[in-house]
Design a protein. Structure first.
Length: 246
């Protein structure tokens, strides 16, 4: 086993709120920041994941994902080991996603090919909420073998606690994103806390979390943040490095 550094919440130029996040720029930034793997999760879409995987080659690990905006206006970062899972979720989300993007208001939604070139604009309103409930999204992701993280829980825009005021008992989360100060000793109904950037700019990508595990994968990460089988996590890679060097 060894330490893997990670950023589990990274957008691309497909998210209308992201800026200068092409596949090449993302991979370069992750490499420079010393990140072993990142999760690509655009709003309601996984359409640029293949392009980032192609740009990453073997330099940076890429977990495919989507940040689904549910019927309740709660964001859920849905991660998968394989692109097929993310695309299966995307298909269901696209069917339940009304509206067309207005670039003047939300910004452009760029699609990339595996050569890293812009090939067009996504017309769907990716920033909007789909008609699927949180429970429906979580159940579907679970069936596909994926994992759901509630991002930026404190925010009144898209955060589960900020929007609803609480975490409903029947919402089974794999983990919850924590502002750094919250993570220490955090235990909310046994839900593991994780740190991720929610990067919309390349400079935000960083080694925000470290996993001590055998290989990059969701089951390994799940063992790590639950502290099972000798696996473990650390929110600050620098502190991990210091601890390892001591
Ligand atoms: Zn969000
Ligand atoms: Zn996000």
């Amino acid at each position: 086993m060894r330490w893997f550094t990670a950023d589990l919440h990274v957008h691309t130029d497909l998210s209308p709120c992201a800026k200068a996040m092409s596949p090449g720029q993302i991979v370069r930034a992750a490499e420079e920041a010393g990140v072993d793997f990142i999760a690509i999760c655009d709003h309601n879409s996984a359409a640029n994941v293949a392009a980032v995987q192609a740009a990453a080659a073997s330099k940076v690990g890429i977990l495919p994902g989507l940040e689904v905006n549910t019927r309740e206006e709660v964001h859920l970062v849905c991660l998968f080991d394989h692109l097929e899972g993310a695309l299966a979720l995307q298909e269901v989300v696209y069917r339940e996603l009304p509206g067309e993007n207005d670039e003047g208001i939300f910004g452009p939604q760029w699609l990339y090919n595996e050569e890293g070139e812009r090939i067009g604009l996504e017309r769907r309103l990716l920033a909007g909420s789909c008609r699927l409930s949180m429970q429906a999204v979580i159940a579907f992701v679970d069936r596909l073998g994926g994992l759901v993280i509630a991002p930026h829980p404190e925010r009144t825009y898209g955060g589960i606690i900020g929007v609803l005021g609480f975490i409903p008992k029947d919402v089974k989360l794999g983990a919850i994103e924590m502002p750094l100060g919250w993570l220490k000793d955090f235990c909310l109904r046994g839900i593991p806390g994780v740190i991720a950037s929610d990067a919309h700019r390349v400079e935000e990508i960083g080694p925000h979390m470290a996993f001590y595990m055998e290989r990059i994968g969701l089951r390994e990460m799940d063992c790590a943040w639950r502290g099972l089988k000798g696996h473990r996590t650390h929110p600050k890679f620098l502190m991990v490095k210091e601890a390892l060097e001591r």
